[in-house]
Each structure stands twice: as structure tokens, then as C-alpha cells.
Design a protein around this ligand. Structure first.
Ligand SMILES: [Fe+2]
Length: 303
């Protein structure tokens, strides 16, 4: 009798565990399928108090490709940028997940540079590039960036550098200030760079602050607010909360990033006086090859 009860309990437990496994597998497959989707988001980034009489530059923003955990499809991503007729492409870091992804990433960058020849492609490093791939070693980061730049004459990696990009048909240039990742930079360098870029912007420039981790904005906020120059910040890093958790729990409990903890996770924000901030949810995945509540994105930011 006792054996029969045990056998029934074991059978029920087996059915329950089997059902859990099937449900878990289905949830995983649905979440995995989201990594293969691609959305194109178009936004108008107007800094308060700015009049756009000369029109907008169209910036194609991609970020967090995380090769080899990239499922969005390189042809689809590049076709989306071409179709959007962007004036320039900006890549906000985390091109690779780890050393294994480097060759695939370079192949993607060569393809992007060739298909968008004539357009400038500007790149900054993210924590995965500087820390996970290059171990924060300056020599390795320099070599990694040189490989990216070798993907095309139009590809430039901005390592705490400023580059002027003329916008065809409009009477202004984009002045792009590219920040090295926070893991290999500090607030003093970031403030000096911002001041230099603001000074170089001049009357016919529009200042774009390109960075991986939006937390750099917390370091330069005071300088941005005091500046006479209005700016657009383009960032990634958050993946838009790659796996949705309610109440912003991922960033409040599991991560140390300052701005995401305050709710700056995805989209367009009036971050502070003189600045508007766009955080993209990126293209690839880190940690787990799944997404929930967000899909890979190409952002077209009009500025
Ligand atoms: Fe990332």
C-alpha cells in the first residue's frame, strides 16, 4: 500500500517536472526568437530652447552588438541604415561579447563600411570591448581599435577624440565627441574632453556626445549645464533591460550603473539643461542569448 502511494507520488512529481520543463523550454524559445527581430526607431532629439531652422541631421545609432551573441542579422541591420538614408552611423560600444566574437564583428564592420561608403561610421568602445576583450590593457585596446578602423576608410574609432562630420545639403556639421569606455577613463578626462568639444563646436556645429555607458553624463553634467552649447548624447549599455524585470529591479538590485538605477534605461530623455539623451536597447545580447520585453534596435536620431 505504502509502495503504491509512493509510486503515484513519484509519477505525479515526474509529470509536474516534465510540464515545467516543457513550459520553460517554450518560454526560452519565445525569448530567443525575440533576439532575431529588428525594429527601427525614429526620434527627433530637440534640446529645449533650440530652433531647428536648418533642418535635421539623421544619425543611425547602433550599439551593443555583442558578437558572437548577435542574432539581428547583419544584412537586415545594414539595409535598415541604408533605407533610413542616414547622414552618419554611430556605434556606441560593446561590439564584442568576448574574444570569440572579434572576427565576426570585423566581418560585420567591413560589410557596414562597404555598403555605407561615403558615410562616416564613428565607433566608441564599451566595457565589453575594453574590459572583457582587451583586459583594460592599453596596447590591446589600441590593437583592437586599429583592426576596427582597418575595416574601411570611413570607419573611425574615437578614443577621447572629437571629429567634425559635414552634413550634406545642410549648413552645419556634426561635431562628435567620442568617449572611451568608463572602465579605462575617468571624470577628469571626460570633463576636459567635453570642454574641448564644446569649444570646437562653434556656430555651425551641432555637438553629439557618443558614449557607451550613459553614466558618463553624471560625471560631466555640471559642465554640460553650464555650457553655452547644446548637445545630444547617444549611449547604449543597458540593452533596454535585456530581460524585462518589473519595477526596474535589474538596475536597482543587480547592477551598479547610476543613471539606469534612476530609470534612464531606454529611449529619449531631457537629461539636464542643454542636453537630450537617447539610450538605445542595442542589437545583441550578453549573459543569456534571450530577450524579454525588448528587441534589437536600429535607432534613427534626428538632431
Ligand atoms: Fe552591452
Amino acid at each position: 500500500m505504502e509502495n503504491a502511494i509512493l509510486a503515484v507520488t513519484a509519477a505525479r512529481l515526474g509529470i509536474f517536472l516534465g510540464a515545467c520543463a516543457v513550459v520553460g523550454l517554450c518560454v526560452f524559445l519565445v525569448c530567443y526568437s525575440l533576439t532575431k527581430r529588428l525594429k527601427v526607431t525614429e526620434v527627433f532629439a530637440d534640446v529645449k530652447g533650440t530652433e531647428r531652422t536648418e533642418g535635421y541631421a539623421r544619425i543611425g545609432l547602433i550599439s551593443d552588438l555583442h558578437f558572437p551573441m548577435f542574432e539581428a542579422g547583419r544584412e537586415r541591420v545594414v539595409a535598415a541604415l541604408e533605407k533610413a538614408d542616414v547622414d552618419a552611423v554611430m556605434v556606441a560600444g560593446d561590439l564584442c561579447q568576448n574574444g570569440r566574437g572579434v572576427e565576426q564583428m570585423l566581418e560585420f564592420m567591413r560589410f557596414l563600411a562597404a555598403e555605407l561608403r561615403g558615410k562616416t561610421v564613428l565607433v566608441v568602445t564599451g566595457n565589453h570591448d575594453a574590459h572583457h576583450v582587451c583586459g583594460e590593457k592599453e596596447e590591446e585596446i589600441a590593437e583592437y581599435c586599429a583592426k576596427i578602423e582597418a575595416c574601411g576608410n570611413n570607419v573611425h574609432v574615437l578614443r577621447n577624440e572629437v571629429e567634425r562630420v559635414p552634413v550634406e545639403g545642410l549648413g552645419f556639421d556634426l561635431v562628435v565627441c567620442g568617449f572611451d569606455d568608463m572602465t579605462v577613463s575617468n571624470a577628469e578626462t571626460q570633463n576636459e574632453l567635453f570642454e574641448r568639444a564644446a569649444a570646437e563646436t562653434g556656430e555651425n556645429g551641432r555637438l553629439v556626445l557618443l558614449m557607451h555607458n550613459p553614466d558618463i553624463m553624471a560625471n560631466i553634467k555640471e559642465a554640460v549645464e553650464k555650457s553655452a552649447v547644446k548637445s545630444l548624447t547617444l549611449a547604449g549599455h543597458t540593452h533596454g533591460g535585456q530581460i524585462y524585470m518589473p519595477f526596474n529591479l535589474e538596475f536597482r538590485l543587480l547592477r551598479n550603473d547610476e543613471l539606469p538605477k534612476k530609470g534612464y534605461v531606454y529611449g529619449l530623455y531631457d537629461y539636464c539643461a542643454n542636453n537630450v539623451l537617447y539610450i538605445t536597447c542595442g542589437l545583441g545580447q550578453s549573459f543569456l542569448p534571450i530577450r524579454l520585453g525588448t528587441v534589437p534596435e536600429v535607432a534613427v536620431v534626428n538632431f
